[in-house]
Design a binder for this molecule. Structure first.
Ligand SMILES: [Zn+2]
Length: 140
């Protein structure tokens, strides 16, 4: 799927954002390696810590439906500038692969593509837990 199409889906997902506290609606569209798309928006809460970002909404939707092979995630916001995943989302994206592409888009014609490993270098991961012999079990 061309990135332009993925970005259009992220823009559409942004319209469902529930962002009454920040006033900063965000949309994301995740592309699996098999070509399926899962979208997400940010969902805020009066108890701010319960807020969930658009990227994680898309990832949790995909994973909860059996997907784990993520190829790319497009992110858009109401800002005129490029919007990148926050630190928490970068960590969650990294959980599913260090080569996942992040598409920070201002529009379907104006975007930047990065690899998550470049946005979260020297990250903590399941590999660190494997070194100690605990904490991570394949297939669960
Ligand atoms: Zn985030």
């Amino acid at each position: 799927m061309p990135y332009e199409e993925l970005i259009k889906k992220a823009i559409k997902a942004k319209q469902y954002a529930y962002a009454p506290y920040s006033g900063f609606p965000v949309g994301a569209a995740l592309l699996t390696e098999e070509g399926k798309v899962y979208t997400g928006c940010n969902i805020e809460c009066a108890s701010y810590g319960a807020t969930n970002c658009a990227e994680r909404t898309a990832i949790f939707k995909a994973v909860s439906e059996g997907e784990r092979n993520i190829e790319a995630i497009a992110v858009v916001s109401s800002s005129d500038d490029y919007t990148y995943p926050c630190g928490i989302c970068r960590q969650v994206i990294m959980e599913f692969g260090n080569k996942i592409k992040i598409i920070a888009a201002r529009s379907e014609h104006d975007y930047k593509v990065h690899v998550i490993d470049d946005l979260l270098p020297d990250s903590f991961s399941s590999e660190d837990l494997k070194k100690t012999g605990g904490g991570y079990k394949d297939g669960i």
